[in-house]
Design a protein around this ligand. Structure first.
Ligand code: URA
Length: 438
């Protein structure tokens, strides 16, 4: 078999066999296929697509390019289940949902990512906790999942290494936005954690990877078909990203919001709706609950009893964070020296948000990256973000800016104001959750 013959077949619109896909993926991993050949392959898929069996084969072969976690010897006594989001602004759902599902009896080995571009990353949020180790070895990771029920860590070199090389070449050859390739890329990494069930959150809107509902549906149905085809019970819920999800954006700011959510101090209604919808999916898919009502009751119970918060605290400590983080988080999370309200130039209802630009405000404050190698400032960000439909004036700010210094706070306030559109009348609100595909 030759790589160029496989590229030619895909270029000419043929359906590849499992053997051809396995050969090509092996070549990506061991370097026998050149960067130029990987790029040509990606471009052929971009134009000609892939049938479902090809997508399943690509996903499984990329997953098997590295370690696939095996849980057989752990006698967990509960299902292994996870959630993944295609990425957004102010999306702190994983921080709460992992401990909530663990408190209901699930085991959640969550491999999370860093923020890139305008989107935030779960790992960066956890790195605002002193001592939290996002890169334990896999044996420790599995032990913590067994003991605590959940561990949230970063991608390791052993999980789906073929995707690492493939993605970096797609990134510079305009071939990221191909639904078969995105499907295989996301699922090869997720499924390498040895999952039985997966709830996907596919964002839609101006702050999402897929901006139109139509494209989001196509990605959601591809992911559902491929993951189920690979033997993992999966649903995909399409949720709104036409504005920030919660009250905060940034790293320590979102960590604070998550702790306040888990401890019942405050739950932003949009964030709560998405968190509960996805957690309910996880309980249904994994068989922990037989109906939505039962799932909801279990989740409310672990929130009200403090059990989910307690598991969050245990996970933080097991991964190297302070043992009293949950009680004394205010003393541990970094604080920005300047905290400043931003008021609209004239009063009005917030009618629209450029969510991408809002995410970029956090980046320009230093809380996100423009280059994967950048260091970030965990203290900076936004809080008290006014959702669409809020009347903002001299009393109600658009948000509070948390900045390293006054100069960057003032620059960010200009960008923040430019990211929202005001109207004189109350605007219609988009749904927060559109639909779930199973
Ligand atoms: N996220 C991934 O992990 N892979 C893609 O291809 C796109 C988004």
């Amino acid at each position: 078999m030759l790589p160029q013959e496989i590229i030619k077949a895909k270029r000419d619109g043929k359906t590849l066999t499992r053997e051809q896909i396995a050969f090509f993926v092996k070549g990506i991993s061991n370097g026998n296929v050149t960067d130029g050949q990987v790029a040509a392959f990606a471009m052929s898929v971009y134009f000609n697509g892939m049938a479902m069996p090809e997508r399943v084969a690509l996903t499984e072969e990329m997953m098997n390019s590295g370690t696939v976690l095996n849980w057989d010897s752990f006698n967990l006594g509960g299902p292994i289940v996870d959630k993944h989001s295609t990425g957004g602004v102010s999306d702190s759902v994983s921080l709460m949902l992992g401990p909530m599902v663990a408190a209901c009896g699930g085991y959640v080995p969550m491999i999370a990512g860093r923020g890139l571009g305008h989107t935030g990353g779960t790992l960066d949020k956890f790195e605002s906790i002193p001592g939290y180790n996002i890169q334990p070895d896999l044996a420790d990771f599995q032990r913590i999942v067994k003991d605590v029920g959940v561990a949230i860590i970063g991608q390791t070199a052993d999980l789906a290494p073929a995707d690492k090389r493939f993605y970096s070449i797609r990134d510079v050859t305009a071939t990221v936005d191909s639904i078969p390739l995105i499907t295989a890329s996301i699922l090869s990494k997720k499924l390498s954690a040895g999952l039985e069930a997966l709830a996907m959150d596919v964002k839609t809107g101006n702050g999402a990877f897929m901006t139109s509902l139509e494209d989001s549906r196509a990605l959601a149905s591809s992911i559902v078909a491929v993951a189920n085809g690979a033997g993992v019970r999966t649903s995909a819920t399409i949720t709104d990203m036409n504005e920030a999800l919660g009250d905060t954006a940034g790293n320590a700011t979102e960590m604070r919001e998550a702790i306040e959510y888990l401890t019942g101090v405050r739950r932003n209604p949009r964030l709560h709706q998405v968190t509960m919808t996805l957690a309910i999916q996880m309980l249904l898919l994994s068989g922990i609950a037989a109906s939505k009502e039962e799932a909801k009751a279990k989740l409310n119970d672990v929130l009200d009893s403090g059990r989910a918060a307690e598991i969050f605290g245990k996970m933080v400590h097991a991964l190297g964070g302070p043992s009293d983080f949950l009680e004394n988080w205010q003393g541990y999370l970094p604080k920005a020296p300047v905290v400043m309200p931003v008021y609209a130039d004239s009063p009005g209802y917030i009618a629209e948000v450029s969510t991408r630009d809002l995410g970029l405000v956090v980046v320009s404050l230093g809380g996100g990256r423009t280059n994967p190698a950048d260091n970030i400032d965990h203290a900076v960000g936004l809080s008290e973000l006014a959702p669409i439909g809020t009347f903002v004036d001299n009393n109600r700010p658009i948000a509070m800016i948390h900045a390293r210094d006054e100069v960057s706070a003032i620059a960010a306030s200009v960008e923040l104001k430019a990211s929202i559109g005001l109207s004189e009348t109350l605007p219609e609100l988009d749904p927060v959750v559109y639909e779930t595909l199973t």
